[in-house]
Design a protein around this ligand. Structure first.
Ligand code: NAD
Ligand code: DAU
Length: 372
């Protein structure tokens, strides 16, 4: 038995691969294009482990997909590969359409052809698990109930629209062709190997480098945070027992404003790695221009997953965020490795415009700070 994982060198995918091989003898074939977000260093501990086969390639490559499926005969495809950063989707949406929409289409087609040729009982057992996001549901009002699986799709960014399109393709491949699919829609993840373009690792990195911690707009936007290993355990559970054709929301019941998240990071850093001048890292909080079309609030109702499959997160936000800060403090080499040339170009592009419109938390007047 084998799993084909796509995007297994990225943040969640690499955590999943490491987690899976820590729990199971079942091998993984890991197909990843190694975009800026993919990093084989995440998987360095698997060097020489025969259970892990890494394949450098694109989910849009039909021929490669056909060959891999025929050669490794996986019992499931776990589809993590995507362009995942909302801000990058605003600057350049085309890669998001190529990978998230067209790439998912090609992967579905390859999986369908492979699955249709399988004999029982392999055919009944096969699963295509699509890893998706809560962002497909759009933005919630402050007092609205959390997203259930019935919430209508209202994606607002090029990223979430491309993920919504991929969810619809997955659904259609089940309804039309009978492909045995499962879809998970998860809230914001955080934890080890999180690329420092996203809020939490960016702020840990900038704090330690003495740089501003850029908060978009008023910082009162709400996200629902889940420790990445809890997302991995949810995916394992859905793969093992999820009902074919169903979607499952995954979340940590941890709604926080962005400002609360960054203030929590600062408090933990003040304790574990105090600034030389004795001041709090919170001094570095800097309000910058808002993200265009910024969704105000996400909140996930994960009760279906708990009720039907008995899954619950193991970490609270408090325990998970502390572990995360500790991981970054202990892995500064990893951070240095991913924050070199191309990363600097992204930071310059994304935070350059914000220079015109920044203020610190202490003073909302005209103080201008360099955001990154
Ligand atoms: P990531 O950006 O860290 O990693 C994506 C990985 O996919 C990288 O290793 C990259 O090299 C690979 N990839 C990109 N294009 C590819 C292609 N065409 N072919 C093969 N590989 C390709 O993303 P992540 O944060 O780990 O997210 C993984 C999945 O989980 C995505 O589908 C994302 O939409 C979903 N998701 C993420 C979060 C989150 O908070 N990060 C929450 C919910 C759902
Ligand atoms: O909800 C799940 C989604 O969570 C995933 O599908 C995406 O792949 C993942 O990137 C994440 O999207 P967000 O846009 O919510 O994550 P990000 O870390 O980019 O931003 C979190 C919040 O923090 C968001 O409200 C924007 C804000 N933010 C972000 C950055 C990078 C800032 O205020 N300043 C920043 O510099």
């Amino acid at each position: 038995m084998t799993l084909l994982v796509t995007g297994g060198a990225g943040f969640i995918g690499s955590n999943f691969v490491l987690d899976w091989l820590a729990h199971s003898a079942e091998p993984i074939v890991n197909l990843d294009k190694l975009t800026y977000a993919g990093n084989l260093q995440n998987l360095a501990s698997l060097q020489g482990d025969a259970r892990h086969t890494f394949v450098h390639g694109d989910i849009g490559d039909r021929e490669l997909l056909g060959r891999l499926l025929a050669q490794h005969r996986p019992r499931a495809v776990l589809h993590f590969a995507a362009e995942s950063h909302v801000d990058r989707s605003i600057h350049g949406p085309e890669d998001f359409i190529d990978t998230n929409v067209l790439g998912t289409f090609r992967l579905l087609e390859a999986a369908r052809q492979y699955w249709q040729a399988l004999e029982a009982p392999e055919k009944e057992a096969f699963r295509f698990l699509h890893v998706s996001t809560d962002e497909v549901y759009g933005s919630l009002d402050a007092d609205a109930p959390a997203f259930t699986e019935q919430h209508r799709y209202e994606p607002n960014s090029p990223y979430s629209a491309s993920k919504a399109a991929s969810d619809h393709l997955v659904r259609a491949w089940h309804h039309t062709y009978g492909l045995p699919v499962l879809t998970t829609n998860c809230s914001n993840n955080y934890g080890p190997y999180h690329f420092p373009e996203k809020l939490i690792p960016l702020c840990i990195h900038n704090a330690l480098a003495g740089k501003p911690l850029p908060i978009y707009g008023d910082g009162r936007q709400i996200r629902d945070w889940l420790y990445v290993q809890d997302h991995c355990s949810a995916i394992r559970r859905v793969l093992a027992a999820g009902r074919v054709g169903e979607t499952y929301n995954v979340g940590g019941w941890n709604e926080k404003t962005n400002l609360e998240v960054v203030q929590t990071l600062c408090a933990i850093l003040d304790e574990l790695a105090p600034r030389a001048d004795g001041q709090s890292y919170a001094q570095q909080i800097t309000f910058v221009q808002d993200r265009p079309g910024h969704d105000r609030r996400y909140a996930i109702d994960a009760s279906k997953l708990e009720r039907e499959l008995g899954w619950k997160p193991a970490e609270t936000f408090e325990s998970g965020i502390r572990k995360t800060v500790q991981w970054y403090l202990a892995h500064q080499d990893w951070v240095r490795g991913v924050t070199s040339g191309a990363y600097r170009q992204w930071i310059d592009l994304q935070y350059a415009d914000a220079n015109a419109d920044t203020h610190t938390e202490a003073s909302t007047s005209s103080t201008t700070k360099e955001p990154a």
